[in-house]
Design a protein around this ligand. Structure first.
Ligand SMILES: Nc1ncnc2c1ncn2[C@@H]1O[C@H](COP(=O)(O)OP(=O)(O)OP(=O)(O)O)[C@@H](O)[C@H]1O
Length: 307
């Protein structure tokens, strides 16, 4: 049995002559909190609308919870999904409870006990007569999420929920997402244009730029790359590895054909350089790696732009 919840294969979307998505492929696995990262206009909302069937792809295949978008059974997949795309849509002059009741009726849910239970779950149990228009942005986001949770979805789509939130509301939202993911076993697909905002909560990342998926990476892979270390560029990584293993008390890994990353060492850049050179290794470059998350993303985008 596959554990893929969502898969996009070669999805392209054109608005007239404008290409908004170009052969986008991605996979979201069961249990993931998948962070879709991309600058404004990179295509995040378009992807989410296509998945939620609010927009039609120009070409490509989408499969959600085992149902292909081309088949009539895709509606069954959407019944097991919830989404908040663009801003949360609720009636301004109604309370949280009243807004939830409307969603329940739209979804064919007549057991209204789910309303109080869900409002409590998202920490909006005590808003009483307060109307949606009087809510803070964080509260609005949480009500939007509560509305998306009434049918106990297996898959939740959230488009830029962190946008405009203050730091405390961001932490509250992160906690809520973790709770939804762990207690309700809901797979989450979430977008942001700021990597640091999704870093702590995501288990997997997809980086999108100008409508193209430029990298999909797990949190563990990502951490290995951005963790500080010393990057050595050499002609022959095999020969250099032997020297490092013999003479340096440090962990190291071969990153690519010509790159080795040395971590957890007290040796300085100069000492490592000397060690390699005296052992007849031609060092093409050696540098301390001090990546911030945003640096990583900026470099990734730059590299793609230069290709
Ligand atoms: N209905 C539409 N008609 C024409 N162009 C559109 C439409 N919707 C989106 N686009 C274009 O498609 C591209 C991707 O837009 P999209 O809204 O998906 O990006 P985004 O990553 O969600 O950005 P943001 O963070 O600003 O919401 C943009 O260039 C946008 O102008």
């Amino acid at each position: 049995m596959t554990n893929t919840i969502l898969s996009l294969k070669n999805v392209t979307k054109k608005f007239g002559r404008q290409l908004a998505l170009e052969h986008v492929s991605l996979d979201v696995k069961k249990g993931d909190i998948y962070g879709l990262i991309g600058r404004n206009g990179s295509g995040k909302t378009t992807i989410m609308k296509i998945i939620a069937d609010l927009s039609k792809e120009t070409s490509g295949q989408i499969t959600l919870l085992g149902h292909s978008k081309e088949s009539s059974s895709y509606a069954q997949a959407l019944n097991r999904a919830g989404s908040v795309i663009e801003s949360p849509v609720a009636f301004n002059t109604l309370t949280a409870y009243q807004n939830m009741k409307i969603i329940c009726l739209q979804r064919g849910i007549h057991d209204f006990s789910v309303i109080d239970e869900t409002l409590k779950f998202v920490n909006l149990a005590d808003t009483g007569k307060k109307k949606f228009k009087q809510f803070s942005l964080g509260m609005k986001q949480r009500l939007g999420i509560a509305m998306a949770l009434v049918n106990q979805p297996d898959f939740l789509i959230l488009d830029e929920p962190v946008n405009g939130l203050d730091p405390i509301a961001i932490v509250e939202l992160r906690d809520l997402l973790e709770k939804i993911n762990q207690e309700r076993e809901t797979t989450i697909f979430i977008s942001s244009h700021i990597l640091t905002e999704l870093y702590h909560v995501s288990t997997r990342f997809g980086f999108i730029h100008n409508g193209k998926m430029i990298q999909e990476i797990t949190k563990a892979e990502f951490d290995a790359i951005v963790t500080e270390g010393i990057i050595v560029k050499v002609e022959d990584t095999a020969k250099a590895s032997v020297v490092l293993a013999e003479h340096l008390a440090a962990e190291f890994e071969v990153l690519s054909q010509h790159e080795i990353k040395i971590s957890s060492t007290s040796a300085t850049v100069a000492e490592i350089n000397k060690l390699l050179v005296v052992n007849d290794i031609h060092v093409e470059g050696i540098d301390k790696q001090e990546y911030s998350l945003e640096d990583y993303y900026t470099n990734l985008v730059k590299t793609v732009g230069e290709e």
